[in-house]
Design a protein around this ligand. Structure first.
Ligand SMILES: [Zn+2]
Length: 268
């Protein structure tokens, strides 16, 4: 996310944005290089008119590069202004190491890194501790031996993104779910086990409208069934009230017009 005021942003926020800009910059650079090479080939082959058609795309990619650089400038300046902060990179190979800098002499120009922006500005002892055996001995020569024997606990940005997505999905599912007030499954006689709030609300309306219908039809004949549906409605109401931290009376009053509408539509 673009940063409005770098002076109040955390090192992680600034580096996360710099990492994003860096990726966009690299993509645009690839585009310029690839298209420029094509232009040269076309000109050499005497097809200069096709080459001209590629110019707008090259210009657009150059524009993106310039924009990325402009956006990165105040962020780099803030890094300098604060006298820098700790940063860490993970080499993207199996058994890749965590480094303090991409200039580490154990790495090569072709080495692919993940920038661990979540650790930016963190204490170096903490970074080493989380890196465990993945800590580069060149970058962190003072890392204690017992920490070097521990497994790596640092996650890659991709892993973090996946975990955040999973948590988001679980949250959305929990928002839709319903249980009995004690957290056990919400079991009813007429509707079986109810797992979602949507079904709970619909069943509540149905149960009360149907109980009312049976009451009108013959209260003596349907006594047990009426009692069962009323019981179901009560169970559902208690579950809904518990989920939303409301009183049953409050919720019953709120749902009453819907019960009425349901009754009119289905049974009257
Ligand atoms: Zn290193």
């Amino acid at each position: 996310m673009p940063i409005d005021d770098p002076t109040t942003a955390t090192p992680s926020e600034i580096d996360e944005e710099l990492a994003r800009l860096g990726i966009e910059h690299a993509k645009a650079t690839d585009t310029v290089n690839g298209l420029t090479a094509r232009v040269h080939r076309l000109v050499n082959d005497g097809m200069a008119e096709y080459a001209t058609e590629l110019q707008p795309r090259i210009e657009q990619a150059r524009q993106t590069i310039a924009e990325c650089e402009a956006a990165a400038r105040p962020l780099d300046a803030e890094f300098e202004r604060r006298g820098g902060w700790t940063r860490a990179w993970l080499v993207l190979n199996t058994g890749g190491h965590v480094h303090r800098t991409m200039e580490c002499r154990t790495c090569f120009p072709s080495t692919r890194f993940a920038w661990l922006t979540q650790l930016s500005g963190h204490d170096e002892t903490e970074i080493v501790e989380q890196a465990g055996k993945a800590a580069c001995t060149e970058c962190y020569p003072s890392a204690p031996v017992d920490i070097r024997n521990q497994p790596r606990r640092i996650k890659t940005p991709e892993q973090l993104a996946r975990e955040a997505e999973k948590a988001e999905r679980a949250k959305a599912k929990a928002a839709k779910a319903i249980t009995a007030p004690d957290g056990t499954p919400l079991r009813t006689k007429g509707y079986g086990q109810i797992d979602t709030e949507f079904t709970a609300r619909r069943s509540y309306l149905d149960a009360l409208a149907y109980a009312r219908y049976l009451t009108r039809a013959s209260i003596a004949h349907h006594r047990d069934t009426i009692a069962e549906y009323r019981e179901d409605a009560q169970l559902i109401l208690a579950a809904l009230a518990a989920k939303h931290g409301r009183t049953e009376d409050d919720l019953r009053a709120e749902l009453a017009p819907k019960v009425e509408a349901r009754w009119k539509r289905e049974y009257k």
